[in-house]
Ligand binder design. Structure first.
Ligand SMILES: Nc1nc2c(ncn2[C@@H]2O[C@H](COP(=O)(O)OP(=O)(O)OP(=O)(O)O)[C@@H](O)[C@H]2O)c(=O)[nH]1
Length: 213
């Protein structure tokens, strides 16, 4: 997140896409950036995409980290933690056709809270592959309930079938990151006002002591 000068608008944000292997993370990134759905990708590499988008009439430069096949335990954990430290906002994905991907959502959310050492980090949960109704093993209600427990926004969509739904989900995350940025600025302003007041008060006290002498 960075301040773009006097207007204090957020000009950049770093988003991290998390989720079990094969849930559609790369497909979502590519869909968001190019509006295209491409069936198969190289699954081995972690990639950072850069793009400029306009959300609510404000332009923003996004860096989107597509994490590769990461679990929250074992040898991949330190690298996952460094990706989380890097990010401003998180999109956790699962596939409605893979229960283990659904089960990893809460582990990932807990890890985000732990690494960031605070609650309320902008996080959106995306249930993917809703075009595969025949293979569904996670009900929409389960996804909604989990998102509500974890206090995250929730989208069920098909990256394969709907570009607009992908845009809505990522834009929601951008809005949440912006809101957090504004909150952070307000807190900083408040802190600096308090410090100014404290300095002014201590100067006044010193002056009045000097006068007594
Ligand atoms: N039917 C359907 N298939 C999808 C959808 N999204 C992704 N896929 C397919 O799911 C498979 C995995 O997609 P990826 O985008 O590579 O998944 P990933 O999460 O990046 O996988 P890893 O790189 O292994 O972590 C590919 O064969 C995609 O074509 C979807 O909405 N519907």
């Amino acid at each position: 997140m960075t301040d773009s000068g006097p207007s204090r608008k957020m000009s950049r944000a770093k988003l991290v896409i998390l989720g079990r292997d094969n849930c559609g993370k790369t497909a979502l990134c590519v869909r968001f950036i190019t509006k295209r759905f491409i069936g198969e990708y190289d699954h081995k590499k972690e990639v950072t995409y850069r793009c400029r988008k306009t959300v609510d009439k404000e332009t923003i430069d996004l860096e989107i980290l597509d994490t590769a096949n990461k679990e929250c335990v074992g040898s991949a954990a330190p690298s996952l933690e460094s990706s989380i430290k890097w990010g401003d906002g998180f999109l956790i994905m699962y596939s409605i056709t893979d229960r283990s991907s659904f089960e990893s959502v809460s582990h990932l959310k807990r890890l985000i809270d732990h690494v960031k050492q605070t609650l309320g980090i902008p996080t959106v949960i995306v249930a993917n592959k809703c075009d595969m109704e025949n293979g569904r093993v996670v009900r929409t209600e389960e996804g909604k309930a989990l998102a509500s427990d974890l206090r995250c926004s929730f989208f069920e969509l098909s990256v394969a079938e709907c570009s607009v739904a992908v845009e809505l989900a990522v834009e929601k995350l951008v809005r949440e990151v912006r809101l957090e940025y504004q909150r952070h600025l307000l807190a900083m302003d408040k802190r600096s006002r308090m410090l100014q007041m404290r300095h002014a008060l201590s100067r006044k006290l010193t002056r009045s002591k000097t006068m007594q002498w």
